[in-house]
Design a protein around this ligand. Sequence first.
Ligand code: GRF
Length: 219
Amino acid sequence: MAGLSLGVLASGRGSNLQAIIDEIEAERLDATIRIVIVDNPDAYATERAKRYSIGHMYIDPKGFISRDEFFKKIAEELKLRGVDLVILAGFMRIVRKPLIDAFPNRIMNIHPALLPSFPGLHGQKQAGDYGARITGCTVHFVDEGMDTGPVIIQAAVPVMPEDTEDTLSERILKLEHRIYPEAIRLYAEGRLKVEGRKVKVEGNRPQDGYIVNPPLRGA
Ligand code: GRF
């Protein structure tokens, strides 16, 4: 399978990377991961890449005189491999201009909250601490802000009174693993059109872009 060429940036566990790999392996997503780039030598995402013989690379941010230079290097490596779409999968850095300019509206991120609520770190804990009744996750295109780019898909889950950060994170993560491959699929099918802040999903399925899970008590 060839299809869309992906480059994945990760810093840690890589469960979203795995969800994308699984969809590709199951031939439900017509894409190939050309490279997994990590900014952390211990990122488990690297192990996942190795398991599937996917090219991988550690780039040490400390080896660059500026953050812009670091992102310039990442852009170069992605371009070298003919990457069409860049996937941030638990990549713990704000992307800088050299990468954004190299891939305009071609970088996606997943955030564990319903943006614009609870951007930044620990979106799940922020929602729980705030007392939100509903939270979720968002796939969006990346701009220079922190979790501010145009929204592609959101999925909602309830926040239960007995939830801890861990139980809520787990509930959200299950949906992350559904909506991230789905957003990439819509992109691969050429159905996403960015119009200013809004992403239009072309086609005739009115449910595209929304997943709302009913309460999960006892599920
Ligand atoms: C996910 O919760 C994602 O929403 C956030 O970082 C976490 C990454 O998890 N951006 P993983 O590395 O994909 O398992």
